[in-house]
Structures are given as C-alpha cells and as structure tokens.
Design a protein around this ligand. Structure first.
Ligand code: SF4
Ligand code: SF4
Length: 104
C-alpha cells in the first residue's frame, strides 16, 4: 500500500487532497517523464453537492500503474511508500500526472 496525496481537487474522488478510492490506475505505458503519466481514475466533479458524500479519504491505496519505465513500478503495481498526484484545476485525466515518476 502506498500513501498518496493528490492536488487534483476538481476530481470527484478528492477530499482535502486525499483520494477516496481504494484502488487507482495510473496510465503512461510509454512514459519517459512524469508529464507522460496521468491518473486514469480521475473523474471530474460535476458541481459538488453530492461530492464525496458517501466517500471518506483513504491514506493508503493500492496503485495499479502502467508506467513500467518508473523505478517504483513492480509488475504494474506501485511499490513507492508515498506518491504525489498533481493536477490542480484538472478538467481531464490528461491534466493530472504522477509527480513521483522517476525513470529507471
Ligand atoms: S485524480 Fe486520481 S488520485 Fe486524485 S483524487 Fe482523483 S482518482 Fe484519486
Ligand atoms: S511512482 Fe511510478 S510506479 Fe508509482 S504510480 Fe507513479 S509512475 Fe507509477
């Protein structure tokens, strides 16, 4: 399990910079830099009143990840102790990235 903080507060799964999902999927199968990655589980919040009403933040998540060029990728699972997803103001998944990506 990996602790995660996420600045994509426009995502409906985001609660106070934490993610409410149990599992996320990071994309970037050909990534050679962090901006080639993104959180494939991003869902844009549609206006808010129901946002996270049934969800609570998870501080430790399972992170499936396609970015196999990253040093933390172990058989398509992330083995980092902590990662940061960035995406302030994101409208789409492509506006996010795994800021912790590090090329092998
Ligand atoms: S962008 Fe990804 S990590 Fe961030 S809150 Fe949404 S689903 Fe969770
Ligand atoms: S740190 Fe690397 S392996 Fe972990 S989610 Fe980010 S890109 Fe994937």
């Amino acid at each position: 399990m990996t602790s995660l903080k996420c600045s994509a507060t426009t995502c409906m799964h985001n609660s106070d910079h934490y993610c409410c999902k149990n599992v996320i999927s990071v994309d970037g199968s050909t990534a050679t830099a962090k901006d080639n990655t993104c959180c494939g589980s991003f869902d844009e919040s549609r206006g808010g009143s129901f946002k996270n009403s049934y969800e609570t933040p998870n501080h430790n998540l399972k992170i499936e990840c396609e970015a196999t060029n990253c040093v933390y990728n172990d058989n398509k699972l992330c083995n980092a102790d902590h990662i940061d997803i960035s995406g302030s103001g994101a409208k789409h998944a492509d506006d996010t990235e795994c800021a912790t990506f590090r090329m092998r």
